[in-house]
Design a protein around this ligand. Structure first.
Ligand SMILES: Cc1ncc(COP(=O)(O)O)c(C=O)c1O
Length: 362
């Protein structure tokens, strides 16, 4: 089996894989009600929130779209704080649905500068919501969301957060940081196949949602909440992923979220130290380096595409390349979800063997 070291989909533990093989059930019957209620209660523990958490069938991008269309109206002004491909995507979706997007973009590899975000908010007093990516998977950067959220909350604005590649792996206490809508997706830190997204919704977001006029049908939060209260989802749910999530959440809570965060922090450091020891250069500003994905710059003659090919074909390790403008400029190592120190040692050993074959002069 190749080692999957991309930042999602992530490897699935054996117990969770077995749960995926279960026979279908009636999604409007009592068995599903138990699964939905118990998954929702445990998701709230990981989100560290008393807010509603909705489980929607769809990938993370669906959750991002849902987070926008349920709280905004066409013409609403939003501040998009983007540090990479996924931040840019958030802004694009908002624009497509008619929001007036004010861009506050930062250089790829950097985290958002809180002072600049504060100034952008001050310069646009009619902003309604701020969009922030907690962990930018395309560059391997984690924003200082605790500081950014204070700025947004002090200004009395709604805070929408893409926590797709961070929730369940990096600390993000939703209530403490006052995040209004927070989106994550099953194929990342949750050790589950792609197919579900999880969205927390604050009281303030519900209130704003009452008058929000962006078009929505499949992603309507009010429908999702009404059905959730009777132990159902409005549309046919991804039952297989629910079976898997049920077991994965057991594993996560057994390990305890503080220990999961500590494991990711330790492994993130191990990857960065290991990569640097091989003479490679990290792409992300070290102050913001992510503990779920590490991006490595193509320096000293390194051809990332050739490296990825050699790693896959000769070493059995699957790495990720750069997206869009970063194609050919970086490679990325995913280390989130079901990952151990030993597996990372194997990845680093394989890198050591592969590098001399790539033109790298480290
Ligand atoms: C930070 C971030 N946002 C959004 C997405 C998009 O999620 P999906 O591919 O599940 O639609 C991803 C997936 O890689 C991501 O890492």
């Amino acid at each position: 089996m190749p080692q999957l070291r991309i930042p999602g989909p992530t490897p699935i533990p054996e117990k969770v894989l077995q749960a995926q093989g279960k026979q279908m059930i009636n999604h409007r019957g009592p068995e599903f009600k138990i699964i939905l209620e118990s998954c929702t209660a445990r998701l709230k523990q990981v989100f560290q929130t008393k807010n509603d958490v909705l489980v929607l069938t769809g990938s993370g991008t669906g959750g991002m779209e849902a987070s926008l269309v349920n709280v905004l109206s066409p013409g609403d002004k939003v501040l998009s704080v983007s540090i990479g491909v996924f931040g840019d995507r958030y802004a694009r979706i908002a624009g497509i649905f008619g929001a007036e997007v004010v861009n506050c973009n930062f250089e790829y590899g950097q985290g958002a500068d809180p002072g600049i975000v504060r100034d952008a908010i001050k310069a646009n007093p009619d902003i309604k919501a701020v969009l922030i990516t907690h962990n930018e998977t395309s560059t391997g950067v984690t924003n200082d969301l605790e500081t950014l959220s204070k700025i947004v909350k002090d200004a009395g604005l709604l805070l929408l957060v893409d926590a797709i590649s961070s929730m369940g792996a990096l600390p993000l206490p939703v209530d403490e940081w006052g995040c209004d809508v927070v989106v994550s997706a099953s194929q990342k830190g949750w050790m589950v196949a792609p197919g579900l997204c999880f969205v927390s919704v604050s009281e303030a977001a519900w209130k704003t949602g009452e008058t929000a006029r962006m078009p929505r049908f499949y992603w309507d939060f009010a429908q999702a909440r009404a059905f959730s209260e009777k132990g159902q989802t409005p549309w046919t749910p991804g039952l297989t992923e629910f079976f898997a999530l049920d077991i994965a959440l057991d594993m996560m809570l057994k390990e305890k979220i503080e220990n999961i965060f500590a494991r990711h922090a330790r492994i993130g450091q191990m990857v960065r130290d290991g990569v640097k020891a091989l003479g490679l250069e990290l792409f992300a500003d070290p102050r913001y380096a992510s503990n779920t994905v590490t991006s490595v710059a193509s320096t000293k003659g390194l051809d990332p595409k050739l490296l990825i090919k050699i790693m896959r074909e000769e070493m059995g390790v699957v790495l990720a390349g750069g997206q869009q403008t970063m194609d050919g400029k970086i490679f990325r190592i995913g280390h989130l979800g079901f990952v151990s120190d030993d597996e990372i040692k194997e990845t680093l050993d394989a890198l050591k063997k592969a590098l001399p074959k790539t033109g790298f002069r480290g």
